[in-house]
Design a protein around this ligand. Structure first.
Ligand code: MG
Ligand code: MG
Length: 248
């Protein structure tokens, strides 16, 4: 778990601000009729205009700047001109920006037009789980507190918890130690002062289980029920949790 210097935290906030600008625009443009490839182009342009690099582009061979995962897709959906959003869909947009060698990583699930009440509730619950986790990003406290806070929100709402994926340390690399589970694991890891972690609950309307499609990227729920994904990059400062992936 790498502690970040004051300068590194400043740069992470600048990277995170660019990620937040992308999300601000996603919220504005997502509507029935737009393709996920169009969203990818918009994100790419914002990141480049702000002199950053889209962290996902080329990462382990990933072909685009955002992951766009629709409905039963959990994470790592590949943008496509053939994936046209329609009324009642949800789309999870995950985006990273690297600015002067530091990374911001944040995901949000957006409704497309009007969505069913139970899906709207899934979005609310997953966002709530994210912020419950963020509150526990306190220096010298157990990382397990973050996992437990997320798990408790999910259990109370009786939604599925994705087990194979989770949060992670973040900084000069998108994925650094430690891995952060979205449920209790009896971890003994202690949160270090000024460490940065991407907290990212992925919760499902149905079962916990997920699998990867034949494209080797797209992760979907086994029961084809919708999944939501909310993520922020957070630094555990002495003054409390600092979300870097929000507008400065
Ligand atoms: Mg992400
Ligand atoms: Mg992440």
């Amino acid at each position: 778990m790498n502690k970040k210097s004051r300068e590194e935290i400043k740069l992470m906030r600048m990277a995170g601000n660019i990620v937040a600008l992308v999300h601000q625009e996603m919220k504005r443009v997502i509507e029935p009729g737009i393709s996920t490839l169009e969203l990818d182009k918009i994100a790419y342009d914002i990141i480049k205009k702000n002199k950053a690099y889209p962290t996902f582009l080329g990462y382990n061979g990933f072909p685009n700047s955002i992951c766009a995962s629709v409905n039963e897709q959990v994470v790592h959906g590949i943008p496509s001109k053939d994936t046209i959003l329609k009324e009642g869909d949800i789309v999870s947009i995950d985006v990273g920006a690297t600015f002067r060698d530091l990374v911001g990583d944040s995901a949000w699930t957006y409704p497309v037009g009007k969505i069913a009440p139970e899906i709207e509730n899934l979005l609310k619950v997953t966002e709530k789980a994210l912020f419950a986790g963020i509150e526990q990003m306190i220096p010298d406290s157990p990382l397990e507190n973050v996992s437990a806070a997320i798990e408790d929100v999910a259990l109370n709402a009786k939604v599925g918890i994705v087990r194979q994926y989770g949060g992670h340390g973040v900084g000069h690399q998108m994925h650094e130690d430690p891995f952060l589970f979205n449920y209790r694991t009896n971890s003994t890891i202690i949160i270090k002062k000024n460490c940065a972690i991407a907290i990212e609950p992925m919760l499902n309307l149905g079962c916990d289980e997920v699998h990867t499609l034949a494209d080797d990227w797209t992760v979907v729920t086994d029961d084809n029920k919708p999944s939501a994904h909310f993520e922020h990059t957070v630094v555990a400062t002495e003054e409390g949790p600092l979300i870097t992936t929000k507008l400065m």
